[in-house]
Write a protein that binds this ligand. Structure first.
Ligand code: UDP
Length: 472
């Protein structure tokens, strides 16, 4: 085993954001368990540390990349665009150095880069190494991004401003409506379209790995596979296949003790992930509705998630009072452990893809309040396709909040949702087990690497791989 491990190295390039770091580190663990060595090449901002969890991984930093203050000044979308502009050359140096240093038994099998780190494609192409795109969202969102990459920005903007159009089904993407498409709250539409057209362009990659499973979205996966010219490997959910705790923020474990004191399936867990923002008025309506529902709630309020406030100090006194009756607040929770806790009955989520997979993986139905991007796609699927969630749309009002909580926790409807999510949880577990679809997909990917199949498809050796644009 050890000898095999020395022979092949995989280079991972994560986006420096929690929702991207988590699955790529899980992928690293899964590939490590198959006998590969892992090198993570990351930016200066939001670095994963070589903690005991990853003591066998090798970490390198791309010099001169952006910092936390750049993120604050630029905002997530411009930050990403700038990162892609400035990192290409230094990443090439990093990879070149790694190639020079590698021994005969430590050769790089491939570079796996997050789809949003598209600057990473150039270096492996130059060094004639196989590269693989890693998509941390799902196939449906990928298909949507491809559609958006081709829209005319001016016409689309006019359409999206028309409330009647917003509610219409988007042609060819049933059951998604115009308003469910993964547009971004983090910047102008033109920039988003530019980023999407880069992201869906698989360039010289030999394959696309996706953190999803066929039991969740077989038709979108089939569509993606038909329309991309490279093999798509759905190997998710990775958190079932490989545990790789990689929290970038400190987890407050006191909430587990608080959960221990609550009745089974009574608590609503609220978390909006690592980037979403909340308006004060929405938080107040949430607190009022939750309080009226009489259910206990555990609420993650991330520092910086309320505009113009360090943490919760800008919220009115009423908020504190409402929360103190039945609620518990933390800055960051051990989410997997919380979802697994028997006291948790529902998850109020922004519907990031990791949170969605984690909630389904623990059989917890959801209240969906998407904020941006693919979260809207996921929320629609949670409510309409998998029917394990209640989506709150439009203005947040305490009455609708209270109703949603009661539907999820109290009603027969909630019990039906719970049954369906447990059924889906079992399907996900089966797909990750030996013989399951995601398990086999990972095996196929690993076999292709071990038999050098991807290397054979490298640009210099095959004309097939010359820069290709997604034809979605
Ligand atoms: N998370 C966590 N503690 C929290 C909130 C979130 O550990 O208090 C984790 C969560 O388990 C998930 C990730 O942060 O793995 C968030 O990823 P997701 O794709 O759901 O949302 P994003 O942060 O990308 O918007």
């Amino acid at each position: 085993m050890e000898e095999k491990r020395l022979k092949r190295r995989i280079v991972l390039v994560p986006v420096p954001a929690q929702g991207h770091v988590t699955p790529i580190m899980q992928l690293g663990k899964a590939l490590y368990s198959k006998g590969f060595s892992i090198t993570v090449i990351q930016t200066q901002y939001n670095r994963v540390s070589s903690s005991k969890e990853f003591s066998d991984f090798h970490f390198l930093t791309i010099p001169g990349s952006l910092t936390e203050s750049d993120l604050k000044n630029l905002g997530p979308l411009q930050f990403l665009m700038k990162l892609n502009q400035i990192c290409e050359a230094s990443f090439k140096n990093c990879l070149g150095q790694l190639l020079q240093e590698q021994g005969d038994h430590d050769e790089i099998a491939c570079v796996v880069y997050d789809e949003y780190m598209y600057f990473s494609a150039a270096a492996p192409k130059e060094f004639q190494l196989p590269s693989v795109v890693f998509s941390t969202t799902n196939a449906t969102a990928f298909v949507c991004r491809s559609v958006l990459a081709k829209v005319n920005a001016d016409n689309f903007l006019i359409d999206m401003k028309d409330p009647e159009v917003q509610d219409k089904l988007f042609p060819g993407l049933h059951p998604l409506r115009y308003k469910d498409l993964p547009t971004t709250a983090f910047g102008p539409l033109e920039s988003m379209i530019k980023v999407y057209s880069e992201v869906v362009n698989t360039r010289t990659a030999s394959a696309v790995i996706i953190n999803s499973a066929s039991c969740l979205e077989s038709s979108s996966l089939a569509r993606l596979q038909r329309e991309l010219q490279v093999r798509v490997y759905p190997i998710g959910p990775l958190h079932i296949a490989a545990s790789a705790p990689s929290s970038l923020l400190e987890e407050d474990r006191s909430c587990i003790e608080w959960l221990n004191k609550q009745k089974p399936r009574s608590v609503i867990y609220i978390s909006l992930g690592s980037l979403a923002l909340m308006e004060t008025k929405d938080m107040l309506e949430m607190a009022r509705g939750l309080s009226n529902s009489k259910q206990p709630f555990l609420w993650v309020i991330r520092p910086g998630s309320i505009p113009a406030s360090e943490w919760t100090e800008s919220l009115p006194e009423e908020f504190g009072k409402l929360v103190s009756e039945r609620g518990y607040i933390v800055k960051w929770a051990p989410q997997m452990e919380v979802l697994r806790h028997p006291a948790v009955g529902g998850f109020w989520s922004h519907c990031g893809w990791n949170s969605t997979l984690e909630s389904i993986g623990e059989g917890v139905p959801m209240i969906c309040r998407p904020f941006t991007g693919d979260q809207k796609v996921n929320a629609r699927y949670l409510e309409r396709v998998w029917r394990i969630g209640v989506q709150l749309e439009g203005e947040l009002e305490k009455e609708t909040v209270e109703r949603a909580v009661k539907r999820l926790i109290g009603d027969e409807e909630g019990a039906e949702m719970r049954k369906r999510v447990i059924d889906l949880k079992e399907k996900l577990e089966a797909s990750a087990r030996s013989g399951g679809s995601s398990f086999s997909s990972l095996e196929n990917f690993v076999n292709s690497l071990k038999t050098n199949n991807f290397r054979k498809q490298c640009p210099v050796q095959s004309q097939k791989c010359i820069r290709r644009d997604s034809s979605l």
